[in-house]
Design a protein around this ligand. Structure first.
Ligand code: COA
Length: 274
């Protein structure tokens, strides 16, 4: 990983367990997302995609919060688009939306497992950001929701589209129409959150899960991620083709030999990600 300096995010690496942490670092705004924030997350992930020493990434809000703990309180309401964008110009507005969608797409298509570690608010664009991750780990004090309607706007960074695929129409419309806050427990019961963790155990738990994935068979996880993400958008017979191709890719990996050999020799596998 190059030592590139970012303005809105902070990068750390746990080299022992092959994972990196991207922390949104705007505590004074509860980690609200400016276009720069999204661009930096996407750029960091594009670098990490090629870095073999990183096999899992945790995306989170800064641990050093100064006001309230937050993953992200959504779009930065204190700025309106890019300074070069004319708010009166429809084409400029469409382009601004295109750019934001592009960053969410880059984040979603990151080829390695991406964990959203949510401790605190995950609202609006922040919730949309968690939804493009593979796994959401949330502390019990976390709060989710789409408050956009209360600001006269709408969750259009994938909110209306990604949530409906997980929750169905009724719950999605209820959440978005009324803009209410939802507890982490409620989101867990609705199947949006993978792990619901006591506040005091959150940091250890995130480390434990990221370490497990960081030491797992990375190529298998790549194939699994792509087959699920793209296969679930396609008819079954097409989705099954992803499995055929994925099987071929995974069969070339050193880790498949290691995994099976370790089982037969009754020892723990040591995966390298190769
Ligand atoms: N954009 C910019 N700044 C934000 C922000 C956002 N989305 N969310 C919070 N902040 C800022 C506040 O302006 C405040 O700054 P200040 O201390 O300089 O006044 C600071 O973060 C703390 O927020 P505050 O509202 O005082 O905290 P709270 O605990 O009373 O409420 C929230 C927390 C998250 C419920 C509330 O800040 C909120 O509703 N934020 C907007 C969420 C939203 O609408 N997101 C969708 C945007 S599309």
């Amino acid at each position: 990983m190059s030592e590139k300096q970012f303005e809105h995010i902070k990068i750390e690496q746990n080299k022992e367990n092959n994972y990196a942490i991207i922390s949104i670092n705007r505590p004074e705004k509860l980690n609200a997302l400016h276009t720069i924030t999204l661009r930096e997350i996407a750029e960091a992930l594009e670098n990490m995609a090629l870095d073999k020493s990183i096999r899992c990434v945790v995306l989170r809000g800064t641990k050093e919060y100064t006001k309230k703990p937050a993953f992200s309180a959504g779009a930065d309401l204190s700025v309106r688009g890019h300074p070069a964008i004319d708010p009166e110009n429809l084409m400029d507005q469409c382009h601004a939306m295109y750019i934001r969608h592009k960053y969410y797409d880059i984040i979603e298509s990151f080829p390695k497992p991406l964990i959203a570690a949510v401790d605190g608010y995950a609202l609006g664009g922040g919730f949309e950001l968690a939804l493009v991750c593979d796994i959401i780990i949330a502390s019990k004090r976390s709060i989710f929701g789409f408050p956009e309607i209360k600001r006269g706007i709408a969750p259009l960074n994938g909110g209306t589209q990604r949530l409906i695929r997980n929750l169905g129409k009724i719950r999605t419309k209820t959440m978005i129409y009324f803009g209410e806050h939802y507890s982490a427990e409620e989101m867990y019961n609705w199947g949006i959150i993978s792990f619901l963790v006591d506040n005091g155990q959150f940091e250890d738990f995130v480390h434990q899960k990221a370490s497990w994935i960081g030491n797992a068979a990375t190529k298998s996880l790549f194939v699994i991620k792509k087959a699920i993400d793209y296969g679930s958008q396609a008819p079954l017979n097409l989705g099954l083709q992803f499995e055929h191709l994925g099987y071929a890719i995974n069969s070339q990996s050193k880790d498949v030999i290691e995994g099976v050999t370790a089982f037969l020799h009754k020892r723990e596998p040591k995966f390298t990600g190769e």
